[in-house]
Structures are given as C-alpha cells and as structure tokens.
Design a protein around this ligand. Structure first.
Ligand SMILES: [Zn+2]
Length: 263
C-alpha cells in the first residue's frame, strides 16, 4: 500500500469546494491522503466537524481566525463544546495577523481572543494551530504570539502548538522549537527559495507539511485551486532541501503529526 500523506491544514469546509467536495474527498481516499479541515469561525468549525465525522481520513480543527475577531463574537462555551468532540484534533486557526491592519484596538482584540484559544487548548488538552502573520518587513506578530505562549507554557508544560504556514525567520523558528513547538510549510516552498534556509537549519523532527487549500497550490499546480493531495509536492521539496530520501522524510513527518495531533 502507498504510504499515507497527511496535509495538516486545509479548508475543505469553505465555499470553494461546494460544487465538488465529495469528489475531492474521494480522490484523497483513493490516494491515501488524510487532512485536518480547519475552521475559521463558528460555522466553518461546525462544518469541519461534520465532514470529519463522515469521513475516516478527515479530522477537524476549530476556532476563530484572528482576522475575524470583529466579525464574530467568540463564545467560549460553544467553542469548548466543539473542542471536546472526538475528531477535533486541534484548536484554531488562531493567533495574530498584523499584515492587513495594524492598529492598537485590532491588535488588543486579537490578543484577547488568542488567549481564549490558549485556554481552550489547555482545557481540552489539544494543540493550537497558530496563524501568525507579521506586518511587512517585521516579525512583530510572531514576537507577540511567542511572548504570550511562553507565559502560558510556564504553568502548562503540556501545551502544544504548531505554527501553520510558517514564513518567519530563523530566529523565530528557533524560538518556536525551543518551546517544543512545531512548524508547517506550504506550497510556496516549491517555487520560492525564501524558506530554504529555515528548513535546512531546523530539525526535521519539528517540521510538518500542509497545503492551506484552496490557497496557494504548489508547483506544478500553480494557479489552480489547492487540494490536500498536493501536499506530496511539499513533502518532496522538504526532502530535497534536507537532502533526505522521500520515504524517510515522509515517515518522520508522519511521526511528527502523530506526536502533535495524535492522528
Ligand atoms: Zn488556513
């Protein structure tokens, strides 16, 4: 049997898959690909759970995206109900996004909601799926996320977090790893050299692969809608940058996924 690939971050719950969601999921089953479907608000979190309950190869992640903290009221009790569901393997995506907007009230609201996600993760004993996006030319959002996480990790040594779609620098990556957390990489590593240094320098034991579908498909699918089976190209590229063979890389990455998300 083909070795299993796991795309740890995709959005099959979003409208871009409304017309052919079941076919896409069938394709994943045929190719032995699993994925974590990530919620960005309450409705899409519910949808992620509904899909995960229906399909063995799908898992769910529930939360409110940092860009949407003023769009939707975060209800802790309702989110906790979701967090405790069996196929929910992570809390998020949550974190701080200073890319589009960078004013103080937005930042403080994002921090407030991020802390609630951390509490959810501690209460449900599930890892955080972190979205961090700094303002242009800085690492500001990562610095703030790590300051907050560090303060919670002190009293909650089991707290676990994965930095999804990592695009930070080597210093940031090393700070993440020092806390015992992990990073995941996406399509852009297949067509940009910007990520090579970080991937080369950090241990493979801290790395996972994802697509963030339907966003940014990897080469050779650029410009198409991203789909979770394309994670194979991301794993292939990680192997190439690390100078490891594909099978070995895949085994270690799958082991990392098992350790963090228990899939
Ligand atoms: Zn996402």
């Amino acid at each position: 049997m083909q070795t299993k690939y796991i795309d740890i971050h995709s959005h099959l719950n979003l409208k871009q898959f409304d017309s052919d969601r079941e076919e896409v999921i069938q394709k994943l089953k045929d190719e032995n690909v699993s994925t974590i479907t990530v919620g960005v608000d309450y409705e899409s979190s519910l949808k992620a759970i509904e899909l995960a309950d229906k399909h063995d190869n799908l898992f769910a992640c529930i939360g409110l995206h940092p860009s949407d903290v003023f769009v939707e009221e975060f209800n802790y009790e309702k989110m906790l109900d979701l967090a405790l569901q069996k196929k929910v393997v992570a809390i998020g995506e949550c974190g701080l996004d200073y890319f589009r907007e960078n004013n103080e009230s937005f930042k403080s609201k994002q921090k407030e909601i991020f802390v609630l996600h951390i509490k959810l993760a501690i209460e449900s004993k599930k890892p955080l799926m972190i979205h961090g996006r700094p303002s242009k030319g800085t690492m500001d959002a990562y610095v703030d996320i790590l300051d907050i996480l560090e303060s919670y990790k002190k009293d909650n040594s089991d707290l676990m977090a994965n930095f999804h779609f990592f695009s930070g620098d080597l210093n940031t990556a090393q700070r993440i790893i020092k806390l015992g957390f992990t990073l995941s990489f996406d399509g852009p590593i297949t067509f940009s050299n910007d990520y090579d240094e970080v991937i080369k320098m950090i241990p493979i034991e801290s790395i996972m692969a994802e697509t963030d579908s339907p966003l940014v498909a990897p080469a050779p699918y650029r410009g198409k809608r991203g789909e979770p089976q394309m994670v194979k190209e991301v794993v292939k590229k990680i192997a190439e940058i690390k100078g490891l063979n594909l099978e070995e890389t895949l085994n270690i990455i799958n082991h990392n996924v098992k350790r963090v998300f228990d899939i």
